[in-house]
Design a protein around this ligand. Sequence first.
Ligand code: KIV
Length: 290
Amino acid sequence: MSTTFTLDTATSRANPTPSPLRRLTVPAIQQRKAGGKTAEPLVMLTAYTARQAQLLDPHCDMLLVGDSLGQVIYGLPSTVPVSLDMMCAHGAAVVRGSYHSVVLVDMPFGSYEASPAQAFESAARILKETGCAGVKLEGGEAMAETIAFLTQRGIPVCAHVGLTPQAVNMLGGYGARGRSAAEEDKILRDGKAVADAGAFAVVVEGVIEPIAIALTQALAIPTIGIGASAQCDGQVLVAEDMLGLFERVPRFVKRYADMATLISETAATYAAEVRARTFPGEEQTYQPKK
Ligand code: KIV
């Protein structure tokens, strides 16, 4: 499918509407892993806004409306305070701004852990209000029953094991997981449990490479790594990290650009021109019609 189109920033839609308008699907993503192998790694980035989605969409297989928006967009200290309202608002924006990628929306902390029924209610709301293709939720064995409940009722689930940021208060920080035999064993059991429960893919975050390799070899579903080496079936990063919007760079992030400097320097140039009254200039000034 061609991804050549013009972005209409007024309507947040591709213009003209690409024909046929065909998004990738969850089964198509899952089938990219065949016979235990993914010929071409899956590409996933986070997106939180329509414009960001427009720019990232043609290059990705999946866009994740991650609850990392809590820190990235809202300046919160962790993902724990993120609400279902926030996820629905940003999820809908990302769906409006994309037409190619599968859009997944994170289920925020407190919206799914109590019971499968609570998870279904929250996930159904996310799907109805955003138009996304599926949800992502954190947890392994403990969430297996919930994942089965959702998938058997038509809600595709991407699981998330290893370092699970919503559990930061239990984990005590964001360090890599799996350095002890007990942790390694738990992560492997978690991965198998979510795959057996019906997850179509699993994000593997912050684990040492041998665990990523073992999970990727053991599971029939794609593993999407973040801080989990190049051995996974795909990769995901927070787009703002990859674009260089933050000075703090976790070890697993590669800064592909330095947007922080670009934005800061651009704002400084604007401020200087305003103060010197050289902006707005002739070209940006309305005059009476002649
Ligand atoms: O919330 C998020 O952005 C995520 C990714 C980092 C995988 O869960």
